[in-house]
Design a binder for this molecule. Structure first.
Ligand code: ZN
Length: 185
């Protein structure tokens, strides 16, 4: 299927850091009270549900954009896979350095460069599982007392390891909501 004629989605310029303080009115998830362990468990659960959807969902539906400027479930899944990789790098940096600054990551450029719209959902399934699973596993390895280590995003937002984990979890769960498969706990 040829996707080259599709328009790009609207760039996501919203700052989503408020989601670690308030329940998200769109997906209904409140992450601000979660411990690191709980965030890891829920990340694993989200990983299972993404993998299940990509492995067994209707393939045509997984590849279809609901509207021209809204990502297909496969494109969202590729985004989630890459968010997992980017956030694992950030987490490792926070563990290795004192208050590091994160490199910029342009998710819309990543979608184009990664050919998200051409990916095969069945092949993507294990990659999403590995990416989210690796992040969850690293959260479990964070030494006691280290979860308040800090890092700074290029827009100045400050994260701790705990709020990074909460923010990440909201992102992967929110995108399950985006594709019509809200997280089942
Ligand atoms: Zn949300």
């Amino acid at each position: 299927m040829e996707h080259a004629d599709l328009e790009l989605p609207e760039p996501d310029t919203k700052d989503w850091t408020w989601t670690v303080r308030h329940r998200c009115p769109e997906c209904g998830v409140a992450v601000g009270e979660l411990t690191l362990r709980q965030a890891a468990e829920l990340t694993d659960l989200a990983a299972q549900q993404w993998t299940e959807l990509l492995s067994h969902g209707d393939e045509a539906a997984l590849r279809a954009r609901p509207r021209p400027r809204v990502w297909s479930p496969t494109e969202y899944a590729a985004h989630v896979r890459d968010v997992g990789r980017v956030f694992l790098t950030r987490l490792d940096l926070m563990l290795a350095e004192d208050t590091p600054s994160f490199q910029d990551w342009d998710q819309d450029a990543a979608a184009v460069a990664g050919g998200y719209s051409t990916l095969d959902p069945r092949q993507l399934a294990p990659a999403v599982g590995v990416s989210l699973g690796a992040f969850a596993a690293r959260l479990r390895e964070v030494p006691l007392g280290e979860e308040q280590r800090r890092g700074i995003r290029s827009n100045g937002s400050e994260f701790t390891i705990l709020t990074l984990a909460q923010y990440f979890l909201h992102d992967v769960v929110h995108h399950l909501h985006d594709v019509g498969r809200p997280l089942k706990v």
